[in-house]
Design a protein around this ligand. Structure first.
Ligand code: HEC
Length: 135
């Protein structure tokens, strides 16, 4: 095979696999909850933040996942960084900060008022267990 054609073929076959590797390949309990937040009473800044959040945090899994997960603000800070550092997350430092501020506001004003309606974040071990059951 011509070298250029071979390179192109490998690139075309490889790209979807490469993109797939980024996505979460497991369904978590949080994924099955609502995939929207009523932000009509949120401050203008958080309404803008919601857009960045829904745009950036839905790339590899459902947006329902973070919408239905409850954590402390400190955990959200760590979690947003963890998601930002995944390969090809496409989230800049400034966007990460905006998203964190939205999540911290939403945690305090929505989730903390009704904690039993949301799922606690799962440990890596719990996620691995679900993966094993689902595959
Ligand atoms: C590059 C892909 C990618 C992007 C972008 C991404 N995530 Fe994730 N996320 C994952 C994967 C993969 C998992 C499954 C757990 C794991 O393997 O780390 C996950 C899991 C989660 C969980 C479940 C935590 C738990 O333990 O129950 C939450 C919450 C979450 N992500 C929030 C976010 C937020 C908020 C954003 C936006 C800042 C985001 N994700 C963006 C890939 C991504």
């Amino acid at each position: 095979m011509n070298k250029a054609i071979r390179t192109i073929t490998i690139a075309c076959l490889g790209a979807p696999l490469f993109l797939m590797a980024q996505s979460s390949n497991v369904t978590l309990p949080q994924d099955k909850g609502p995939d929207k937040i009523n932000i009509s009473a949120y401050p203008a800044e958080q309404q803008k933040g919601y857009k960045v959040f829904t745009d950036k945090c839905s790339k590899c899994h459902t947006i329902a996942r973070p919408i239905n997960t409850t954590m402390t603000a400190a955990e959200w800070s760590r979690y947003v960084k963890r998601m930002m550092h995944k390969p090809n997350s496409g989230i800049s430092d400034a966007q990460g900060k905006t998203i964190y501020e939205f999540l911290a506001y939403d945690q305090e004003n929505r989730k903390d008022k009704n904690p039993s309606a949301f799922s606690k974040s799962l440990s890596d071990e719990e996620i691995e267990k679900l993966k094993a059951q689902q595959h």
